[in-house]
Design a protein around this ligand. Structure first.
Ligand SMILES: Nc1nc2c(ncn2[C@@H]2O[C@H](COP(=O)(O)OP(=O)(O)OP(=O)(O)O)[C@@H](O)[C@H]2O)c(=O)[nH]1
Ligand SMILES: [Mg+2]
Length: 367
């Protein structure tokens, strides 16, 4: 392993660097603390501050540290459920695998195939957050899930998102189900996923004498979208949110847009939970992650400051270093610039990890 890679690794070196910042505690004024970079809108409110001061007064330092820590880990306890339904073979299980960052033959992946495989509702936890569950549901009108009992067997009220999948025309059963969801479940977040567009374009191309141009492909995709809309209109679904995907390649078509839409539909802690659990690094998701991380910073810096005050500094104790290092590691993981993520990127683009570091990341994170 070369020096550059070693430098970048989360290691004892990070701790040492923080420890070596031998700041004279009485001379803080000489440092530019970057106050011009502070966004007023994300500061802790006065009310929250007085609540924290009360905790400190009444319960002491440890309790306040616990409260600040709890504030930043609350998102991990939030449950989010996604229901994925659609006709047999439409690609439900493959979509779940794609959203979990798995290939169909990976361990723990939802079973996929040409024969009917999803027979009972089955939850699949997201690998980054077990409280985000993707439910693989048998489609409406299958053997044990007949149309007339579907809505009692699948209580859509329990789900934060309902995703209706089709690999072809949305059928009358699909538009019926969409209409029922629209009418019976207020505040539903209903998305339509059209899978296997890769197959459609490839098949069309094979049937032609001339290879299809990018423009031809665009035209075909527009036709497919129109067809989806027309069929869903039969269930009075106006302006459906349809996304085209190839479950085998999440870089293609509208998989990214779909991931963005999941984030946009959520608020508060649910949004934090989705944003901090998603691995799909679209520009919008990176922005949403940064926004969420900036807010965390308020609470972490207070914890670090408290820990610094309660460290035996004469004996060289710097409890704040541990807090800050853990947080830095968390930011790196979130933004895909930790060693593991960089190795994945390097492998994917057939680059050496050194090249990724040199060309795409200007320098190792500075403190
Ligand atoms: N080319 C292509 N194939 C896909 C896509 N999505 C799924 N498939 C394939 O289609 C077949 C069926 O996919 P599944 O994910 O098992 O479909 P399902 O809806 O879970 O099927 P059931 O469990 O039987 O209801 C598998 O062979 C998948 O690999 C896609 O977007 N593009
Ligand atoms: Mg399945």
């Amino acid at each position: 392993m070369t020096r550059l890679t070693e430098d970048y690794k989360e290691s004892e070196a990070d701790m040492a660097r923080l420890r070596d910042l031998d700041i004279d505690d009485n001379a803080v004024d000489q440092y530019d603390l970057g106050s011009d970079a502070i966004d007023e809108t994300i500061l802790i409110t006065k009310q929250e501050t007085s609540e924290y001061l009360q905790v400190l007064d009444q319960c002491g330092y440890k309790e306040l540290m616990k409260k600040l820590e709890e504030r930043n880990s609350k998102w991990k306890d939030i449950q989010i459920k996604l229901a994925i339904t659609g006709k047999t073979g439409s690609g439900k299980s493959s979509l779940i695998n794609a959203l979990r960052g798995l290939k169909n033959d990976d361990e723990g992946a939802s079973k996929t195939g040409c024969v009917e495989t999803t027979k009972v509702p089955t939850p699949y936890p997201h690998p980054n957050n077990k409280n985000i569950e993707l439910w693989d549901l048998p489609g409406v009108g299958t053997e044990n899930f007949k149309k007339k009992e579907y809505l009692t067997k699948v209580n859509f009220k329990e789900y934060d998102f309902i995703i209706l999948v089709s690999s072809n025309h949305f059928t009358s059963k699909d538009s019926w189900l969409a209409e029922q969801i629209q009418d019976k479940f207020k505040n539903h977040n209903l998305f339509f996923i059209r899978t296997k567009v890769d197959n459609d374009l490839e098949n069309m191309d094979k049937g032609n004498r001339q290879p299809m141009t990018a423009r031809d492909k665009q035209k075909e995709l527009l036709k497919i979208r129109k067809d989806c809309e027309v069929n869903l209109m039969k269930g009075n679904i106006v302006n459906p949110r349809i996304f085209f995907v190839n479950n085998h390649s999440t870089d293609a078509y509208e998989f990214d847009k779909f991931a963005n839409a999941l984030v946009h539909k959520m608020n508060g802690l649910k949004r934090d939970a989705i944003v901090l659990s998603l691995t799909s690094l679209t520009e919008e998701i990176v922005e949403a992650k940064v926004e969420t991380l900036k807010i965390r910073l308020n609470y972490v810096s207070r914890r670090a400051a408290m820990a610094a005050v309660h460290s035996n500094r004469e004996a060289g104790e710097r409890k704040e270093c541990i807090i800050l290092k853990d947080e830095i590691t968390f930011y790196k993981q979130q933004l895909g610039i930790d060693t593991r993520s960089l190795e994945i990127v390097a492998k994917r683009f057939k680059l050496d990890i050194e090249e990724v570091l040199m060309h795409y990341i200007r320098k190792p994170m500075q403190y």
